[in-house]
Design a binder for this molecule. Structure first.
Ligand SMILES: Nc1ncnc2c1ncn2[C@@H]1O[C@H](COP(=O)(O)OP(=O)(O)OP(=O)(O)O)[C@@H](O)[C@H]1O
Ligand SMILES: [Mg+2]
Length: 197
């Protein structure tokens, strides 16, 4: 494990933290920023607000048809991250956990839609088909999906997969994995936007 401080500069107020790198990151002494090696990025958030801001940076990059899977235990911060993503994408709607409704829909002033799905109560892919998730996936609208592990068998292999991990009351580990070229590009843009460079 390697620890370092984020680079000074445009992202100064964004991740005001010491980042803990994993095997997927390396420390560049000159640029002082995390380097993407392969297709994943690991770091820690030190507050819900920070997780929200990370979400905003991700949401700004969302394109039509993107699938962002938010995995992690109960209370690990998936909905907190989703709130930031929806805001960064441009929705002014209130983001709530879709635990009981299963699918929330947020709008942008240009009438585009962002879906927020919670698969926690789904027992398998049959339930996902019942609510028409396969049609949403083919729709031209981005999807945020909590508890994707429950229905992994029906998900496209190309996706952004975020895993949140409870560290302590205020800290969460985030691992963002890109599967497929589109998401590798997105992750690279996210790294630049969040950490500079
Ligand atoms: N660094 C952090 N990042 C995100 N949430 C944090 C952080 N520190 C504390 N929290 C708190 O943890 C809780 C996370 O709740 P949230 O609803 O986002 O989790 P979740 O993963 O969506 O849970 P569920 O599986 O029930 O849907 C919130 O109460 C939030 O304030
Ligand atoms: Mg949630």
């Amino acid at each position: 494990m390697v620890a370092w401080r984020e680079n000074e500069g445009k992202s100064k107020n964004f991740l005001n933290t010491v980042l803990v790198g994993s095997m997927s990151l390396a420390y560049n002494r000159e640029l002082k920023m995390p380097i993407l090696e392969g297709q994943s990025l690991d770091f820690q958030s030190h507050s819900p607000e920070q997780t929200n801001r990370i979400g905003v940076r991700l949401g700004e990059l969302l394109d039509l048809s993107d699938l962002v899977c938010l995995a992690g235990d109960l209370g690990s911060g998936k909905t907190t991250l989703a709130k930031g993503i929806a805001r960064g994408w441009g929705s002014l709607d209130v983001v709530t956990s879709p635990s009981f409704i299963l699918v929330n829909q947020y709008r942008r002033p240009d009438q585009q839609i962002l879906y927020h799905v919670d698969a926690f109560r789904m027992e398998g892919v049959e339930d996902a088909y019942l609510i028409g998730l396969h049609e949403l996936i083919e729709d031209k609208a981005p999807i945020l999906l909590e508890w994707p592990e429950r229905i992994a068998a029906m998900l496209p292999s190309e996706r952004l997969w975020v895993t949140l991990r409870w560290v302590d009351e205020l800290h969460r580990g985030l691992q963002i994995e890109a599967h497929g070229l589109r998401y590798e590009r997105m992750l690279d843009q996210f790294r630049r936007s969040a950490f500079g460079g």
